[in-house]
Every structure is written in structure tokens, then in C-alpha cells.
Design a protein around this ligand. Structure first.
Ligand code: NDP
Length: 353
């Protein structure tokens, strides 16, 4: 991490690829810890939120300048001086963006076993934190009933594409938005009843025509783990973006709509947008639930792991990935996610087994 960005994070400026530090794989002292070879790393919107002045508080810590950034990843144990960690075991959790790393302990990491036909990348995507976000947010807050209408922004993304499918499985009509025609096509393939490009169509007009919205799931990229569901003229709104999309969702919401606030990416690299119709929340008696996946996951962890990886493996749940090979290209991948150039879950493949 080289420099705190003021707008978009710039590859080679905000972050630099540094190949000067090396680890001797056979002889680096472990001091009771483990040596991990990192296989995959996840590029998530919240990474932008950690690239801030450390004096500004948030729900997670700021990255330290001059040190590697970190994020969800999976690594395989090459050497271990810890009796509870076997060589060859795979660990999942927050890891530094490095090829190899020595960990003093495995606090906060979990052992993970993969299914034959799912690559490791899926375990930082649909079977990892983003999939858990969709699952936890939907199960906990949607209170969905068949026949209701859900609006899901960022519906082609890592979180949003899973929410689209969960809502369809619960028998709702799904309206989903995304920022390109390619993403619109993908949202149709995963079952959205109405899929539109918010850059070329008027969101409010679509919602008023296809709604009302009962559930709004707002997926707004930038706050690493901030999810919101707004329910409006549509039965449910899953909000990932905030800003003008949230404003339109409020306008089109039904009475007693439920909004699930999951993130607000539209403001992650720009000044906050001032919502003009907040009084709608009062007038329509809208419920708004914001959440951070890590605090809600314990309640759903067992259920998630017993259901979701199997459904991904047998094709009942579909996922799409945007794979970048090599740590050298992390900066580009981070920028792509902030700008919406990723199509599917952004993952860095650092190494094969
Ligand atoms: P995505 O895979 O959806 O990638 C981010 C997407 O955000 C882009 O592809 C782009 O899609 C969209 N986007 C970028 N800039 C803007 C903008 N200015 N206005 C509107 N949309 C924009 O990311 P995730 O699925 O990983 O994350 C989705 C959201 O969920 C984020 O807000 C994230 O912060 C949040 N989140 C919250 C968690 C929580 O615990 N609350 C946990 C994980 C994620 P498009 O082309 O469609 O615009």
C-alpha cells in the first residue's frame, strides 16, 4: 500500500507490486507458526474503504502504508511448527496480498475442504464472503413472501447475482439492474424477470412500470461490508449502490417495503450523494436493515456450508468469475471493481497448488 487515494485507487500509485522481499521457503524461521503458499485472493469493494487515513474510524482497520494490503484468500500450508495445523491443509480468511507468508498462528482463519468440481476461487466468491453476504442478508432481513417484488441493484455482481437467485427460489418477481448489456444478459440467465442497464434506462421508470417494489436490496460497492435492503413500491429492494438508485427505489417502494442495505459503492470514490426523498421512509413506513456479514454469519454459518457449496457444485446456483492471474495485476483488478469493469466475482489467482 503506497499512497492513500483521494478518488479511484490507481495501479502503480495507490498500490505497487514489490518483488524485492523474499522468503526462503526451506529455511525461513517459523517460530512456532506456519508457512502458507497463497493460492487465491479476493478483490472486494470494501478494500477501497481500508485505503484511508487511519485516523478516520470505520468498522475495519485502515491499511498501513508500506505494508501489503490484505483481503479474503486461501492458502495451502507448506511447513508447520504448530501441532494443530498439518502440511497440505488449506486455510481461509484475511491474508496479506503476498505469494508466501509466515503466520504466527491461525487465529481468525478456518480450515477448508473443497469439492471436486469447484475451484478454490469459488471459496472466496459464491462459497465465501460474498455468497455469505447474500445468504445472510436475504435470510435474515428479507422476510420474503412468494409473489412479492424484489429490486436488486448490482445484480450481476458477486453478492447481487446470488441474491437474485435466492429471491427467485423464494418465489418473488425479481427486477435487477447493472451497468452493462453483458451484465444484463447474465442477470437474465440466472433468472431475473426484469433486467436492465441503469446507464441507459431510467431506473425509476422501470421500477414504476414493473413494481411495486416490496424488497429492495441495495448493494453499494465501497464500504467493504456494508449491505442494505430497501423495500419499496417493489416488495423488496436489495441495495448495493445507494445514491440515485436508492432515491428511485424509495420513490417506487410499496407501503411497508423492506430495504436491505448492503453497501453503497456509488459513493466509495466520490462525494456522498444526498438523498432527496428520505421522508418517504416515514410516509411509507419502510423498514431499513443495514448489516455487516461478519456479525451475522455465526447464526447462519452451518446452514450456509451445508447448502450453498453443494448447490454451486450441482449447478442449482450459478456463479460467474472475473479471474486475474498474478499479484502483479492486483492494482488493475481493484480499480476495475470500483469502476464496474468486472463481470462477475473478481479473484486473483496467485498460484496453482
Ligand atoms: P461486485 O462484484 O458487484 O462489483 C462491484 C460492482 O459495483 C461493479 O461491478 C459495478 O457494477 C458496481 N458499481 C461500481 N461503481 C458503481 C457506481 N458508481 N454506481 C453503481 N454501481 C457501481 O461487488 P460485490 O458483489 O462484492 O459487492 C457488492 C456490494 O456489496 C458492495 O457495495 C459491497 O461493498 C457490498 N458488500 C457488503 C457486505 C456487507 O457485509 N454488508 C459484504 C460484501 C459486499 P455495475 O456495472 O452493475 O455498476
Amino acid at each position: 500500500f503506497n499512497e492513500i487515494p483521494s478518488g479511484y485507487p490507481i495501479p502503480g500509485k495507490t498500490t505497487i507490486y514489490d518483488a524485492t522481499e523474499t522468503i526462503e521457503l526451506d529455511s525461513t524461521p517459523l517460530n512456532g507458526g506456519v508457512l502458507l503458499k497463497i493460492l487465491v485472493l479476493s478483490v472486494d469493494p470494501y478494500i477501497r474503504g481500508r485505503m484511508r487515513d487511519p485516523s478516520k474510524a470505520s468498522y475495519n482497520t485502515a491499511f498501513e502504508l508500506g505494508k501489503p494490503i490484505a483481503g479474503y484468500g486461501i492458502g495451502v500450508v507448506l511447513r508447520s511448527e504448530n501441532a494443530t495445523v498439518k502440511v497440505g491443509a488449506h486455510l481461509y480468511g484475511i491474508l496479506p496480498f503476498q505469494e508466501y507468508t509466515v503466520l504466527p498462528d491461525t487465529k481468525g482463519l478456518t480450515f477448508i475442504e473443497k469439492r471436486e468440481n469447484l475451484p478454490w476461487s469459488v471459496y472466496v466468491g459464491a462459497a465465501g464472503m460474498p455468497g455469505q453476504t447474500a445468504y445472510v442478508g436475504w435470510k435474515k432481513f428479507s422476510n420474503a413472501k412468494p409473489g412479492e417484488v424484489a429490486f436488486i441493484s448490482t445484480g450481476a455482481g458477486a453478492v447481487g447475482s446470488i441474491v437474485v437467485q435466492l429471491a427467485k427460489r423464494d418465489g418473488l418477481k425479481v427486477i435487477a439492474s447493472a451497468g452493462s448489456d453483458e451484465k444484463v444478459q447474465f442477470m437474465k440467465e440466472i433468472g431475473a424477470d426484469v433486467a436492465f442497464n441503469y446507464k441507459t434506462a431510467n431506473t425509476l421508470e422501470v421500477l414504476q412500470k414493473e413494481g411495486p417494489i416490496d424488497v429492495y436490496v441495495l448493494l453499494i460497492p465501497y464500504h467493504p461490508h456494508l449491505c442494505s435492503v430497501l423495500i419499496m413500491g417493489h416488495d423488496r429492494y436489495w441495495d448495493n449502490v445507494g445514491g440515485e438508485t436508492l432515491e428511485a427505489a424509495l420513490e417506487a417502494a410499496t407501503k411497508n417495503a423492506r430495504f436491505i442495505e448492503c453497501g453503497m459503492i456509488s459513493s466509495y470514490n466520490a462525494s456522498p450523494y444526498h438523498i432527496k426523498n428520505l421522508m418517504t421512509i416515514v410516509a411509507k413506513e419502510i423498514s431499513i436493515s443495514g448489516f455487516i456479514v461478519s456479525s451475522k454469519l455465526p447464526e447462519f454459518r452451518d446452514e450456509f456450508f451445508s447448502e450453498v457449496p453443494a448447490m454451486l457444485a450441482n449447478g442449482e446456483l450459478k456463479y460467474r468469475e472475473d479471474i486475474t492471474q498474478g499479484l502483479e495485476r492486483v492494482g488493475e483488478a481493484i480499480l476495475a471493481v470500483q469502476k464496474g469493469d468486472n463481470v462477475g466475482k473478481s479473484v486473483i489467482v496467485v498460484a496453482d497448488e
